[in-house]
Design a protein around this ligand. Structure first.
Ligand SMILES: *[C@@H]1O[C@H](CO)[C@@H](O)[C@H](O)[C@H]1NC(C)=O
Ligand SMILES: *[C@@H]1O[C@H](CO)[C@@H](O)[C@H](O)[C@H]1NC(C)=O
Length: 485
């Protein structure tokens, strides 16, 4: 009790003396009973465009004046960072099969100021005012993120300009983050001599189950992972190994002969009812037909096409949440429903579409249909971000990097991550070893020269902070503090 009181007083004192964006302060938010730490929601316009990105900031509960700032991105491309805020590492979370938000004991704002950016424009609550400005690539989306991050510190949170800064995220953010860091690094270097230019105190970045190198990540790794998890038999695996699945998320079946195409079809049929985001997880199947039916234990009448589509929007299918796996494949349109197993996020979608919630969060009135993942115009680059990792891990590297991986993810599996890390050719400084949380093995960690660390989160799927909150929290904050996991 005494401890809580002291913390609150420290928090308030810090708030009173800080320059904070008063217009963006969320004074109350339904189901979020205690937001006295300071919750902010607002927009950052991108200069000379009609685009503006939505951000949410949850100030550190400990000491926002001195605690690090972590900027978080979800992936897609096209998915909202409100997923991170509301299910993974925010102050309250809405769990699978639950209908309301509950306090998240492992919120990252326990000891860091968390800022969630919904990127690119057109995603979630972020606004794309002119479709012509919203055809995105890995490069121009990173340019926008760069502009927004600088503006965030210059216009919204000048008091945090000197705080340690980390960029973090998951999935397709494995592309966003290194691209952003590359730009921040150039900006910091270019302006090193000018004391009048604000330069962020960038210390490093953390990427969870992020795509990086398309030769290894996603499909080739998924097949390996499925085999090692005992989900496909030796006979099928041994035949499939001879087929070329590299860059599959660009090329689809075009590099495969008929034999390999048939093997892939058989493999897909094995995997169709397995939860791709967590190979041990529960499957949620979306409705495929109109009419009255039982959905998650409730009778629902999907009378017309519109209500059928609306209901389907409540599921995160791989084609939505990990849109990178399908969007460039020649057979994209036919793949919209494959596999049939995803997650169910109806309560979340209902919440963020509520007029009262949008009012509390000061959401632009043009946002009439908030989606968890939007089908934006985005073309991804075959080169991925591997070369950026190579540049950032040269001797004398300026930034620390934590690559963490929920090891039961079937979408961006650990298998692929380990392969491209191996290709970096960095010297191991502390060998692969397990780390414990609460007396149990929570994962494995290995440290390399030049500031690079790799850690697994054992038994977590794609959204590691959501499904192994305590273990992921342990890994993140011990790493930030430079302590042994
Ligand atoms: C996406 O943007 C590109 C570049 O502006 C454009 O050529 C293409 O038609 C757009 N695609 C869609 C589906 O709107
Ligand atoms: C198809 O491709 C695989 C892998 O390259 C090869 O092992 C196999 O012999 C090919 N099959 C046919 C019928 O060409």
């Amino acid at each position: 009790m005494l401890k809580t009181l002291t913390l609150t007083l420290v928090g308030l004192a810090a708030l009173v003396s800080a320059q904070l964006p008063a217009d963006d302060l969320v004074s109350s938010l339904e189901q979020f009973d205690d937001i006295s730490f300071g919750l902010y929601s607002g927009y950052i316009p991108i200069k000379d465009t009609k685009k503006k990105l939505h951000y949410m900031a949850a100030l550190s509960k400990r000491n926002p004046k001195t605690d690090p700032v972590i900027i978080w991105f979800n992936g897609g491309p096209g998915c909202t960072s409100m997923l991170g805020f509301s299910q993974e590492n925010g102050p309250y979370s809405l769990s699978d099969d639950d209908t309301i938000f509950r306090v998240n004991d492992y919120s990252w704002n326990n000891e860091a100021t968390m800022i969630y950016i919904e990127s690119p424009a057109g995603v979630g609550y972020s606004v794309c005012g002119d479709a012509k400005e919203c055809a995105f690539t890995d490069d121009n989306s990173a340019d926008d993120n760069m502009a927004v991050v600088l503006s965030l510190f210059e216009t919204k949170f000048p008091d945090f300009q000197k705080n340690d800064l980390y960029i973090a995220g998951e999935s397709y953010a494995g592309i966003y983050i290194p691209q952003l860091v590359k730009r921040l690094d150039k900006y910091i270097t270019d302006n090193a001599q000018d004391p009048n230019v604000f330069k962020p105190a960038l210390k490093g970045f953390m990427v969870g189950n992020g795509v990086t190198h398309w030769q290894y990540d996603a499909e080739p790794a998924a097949i390996e992972q499925a085999y090692w998890f005992g989900l496909v038999d030796d006979a099928l695996y041994n035949q499939m190994r001879t087929c070329d699945f590299t860059y599959y998320d660009f090329d689809g079946d075009t590099k495969l002969n008929q034999t390999c195409k048939d093997l892939k079809k058989k493999y897909d049929s094995y995997m169709n009812n397995i939860q791709p985001y967590d190979l041990f997880g529960k499957c949620y199947f979306w409705p495929t037909q109109k009419g009255p039916q039982l959905i998650n234990g409730k009778m629902v009448d999907l009378a017309d096409d519109a209500s059928l589509l609306q209901e389907r929007d409540k599921y995160l299918r791989v084609v939505d949440y990990a849109n990178f796996k399908y969007r460039d494949r020649p057979d994209y349109q036919q793949l919209k429903d494959a596999p049939s197993c995803g997650t169910y996020d109806g309560p979340l979608l209902d919440y963020f579409n509520k007029a009262s919630v949008k009012l509390s969060l000061k959401i632009d009135p043009s946002i009439t249909n908030f989606k968890l993942c939007s089908d934006i115009n985005y073309s991804k680059n075959r080169d991925g971000t591997f070369a950026i990792y190579q540049q950032l891990t040269q001797p004398g590297s300026k930034y620390r990097i934590l690559k963490y991986s929920g090891d039961s993810d079937g979408v961006v599996p650990t298998q692929g991550t380990m392969k491209w890390i191996d290709q970096l050719g960095l010297k191991v400084t502390k060998p692969f070893r397990s780390y414990d949380v609460g007396g149990n093995t929570a994962g494995w960690v290995v440290e390399y020269e030049n500031g690079f660390t790799f850690a697994t989160i054992h038994g977590a799927g794609h959204m590691a902070p959501q499904w192994k909150g305590q273990q992921t929290y342990h890994a993140i904050f011990n790493w930030i503090q430079g302590q042994e996991l």
